[in-house]
Design a protein around this ligand. Sequence first.
Ligand SMILES: NC(=O)C1=CN([C@@H]2O[C@H](COP(=O)(O)OP(=O)(O)OC[C@H]3O[C@@H](n4cnc5c(N)ncnc54)[C@H](O)[C@@H]3O)[C@@H](O)[C@H]2O)C=CC1
Ligand SMILES: CC(C)c1ccc(C(=O)O)c(O)c1O
Length: 256
Amino acid sequence: MTDSRHSGRVVLVTGAGGGIGAAIAEQYCREGAAVALVDADAAKVEAQAEQLREAGFKVSWAHADVADYAGCAQACERLSQALGPIDTLINNAGISPKHNGAPAPIWQMTPDEWQRVVAINLNGSFNLVRILTPSMVERRFGRIVNMSSVAGSAFLPLVAAHYSATKAAIIGFTRHLAGELGPFGITANALAPGRIETPLLKTVSAEANQAVVDDTPLRRLGTPLEVARAACFLTSSESEFITGQVVDVAGGWLMR
Ligand SMILES: NC(=O)C1=CN([C@@H]2O[C@H](COP(=O)(O)OP(=O)(O)OC[C@H]3O[C@@H](n4cnc5c(N)ncnc54)[C@H](O)[C@@H]3O)[C@@H](O)[C@H]2O)C=CC1
Ligand SMILES: CC(C)c1ccc(C(=O)O)c(O)c1O
């Protein structure tokens, strides 16, 4: 779909080098936005940005780890000089690391493993919000989407406690932002994807995926594009009275 409902907008997407983040970046481009792609993997994000630029879209990219506040602040400064003030933030970057090839049982999880997931999945979202909200507040306009997960409010055996805890925290963080920033014309919502076909799935057996499909009313896994469309909707003028919500993109899997 190509339309212009986001023309004039400047959108920053974290984790935009691949998976869901790359699809979100591309969809905003197709909807007319200028897009800043940020990722910890420089080669991936540069390749993704180049592909979009060659297709004629207005993009800029930066290599930054969302857990690194100073690095993100520098990247945002450079990106907003290139594209204009960032009015839409998609906090998508997140990790679900394995421990000896499987989700870490809580009794074996190391404090460093816990801290790393919190640093990226939770503190990373704080960092970008902290850096970008001063100009949103000043301009009395902003749109924020934070990436939670169905794991933020349901038990998923294929992820570990640090992951679920951070995805639950993202929901509380989002609702707080909605309350605090609403008076300044800024909305904040969260997306809670179910199982989406991205590189993360390579670690999951066909049988485990089939079990999810069997439990999903729409009888399939989701695609990155479906998550991207939900992000674009939640930041568009069609949803301007929606804030503080958590929207599942899960085909009805784990309805709660
Ligand atoms: N794939 C799925 O089934 C689901 C994914 N999610 C969430 O969606 C988001 C995206 O997931 P996927 O696209 O599947 O993952 P992915 O692993 O395919 O892509 C994640 C991207 O984030 C980047 N990244 C990782 N750590 C980073 C950091 N510290 N700073 C900046 N960039 C970093 C990676 O380089 C990669 O390009 C995550 O927050 C994940 O928790 C939520 C529910 C389901
Ligand atoms: C382990 C699989 C790929 C996975 C990872 C994360 C989530 C989530 O955050 O919801 C899933 O639903 C998964 O199936």
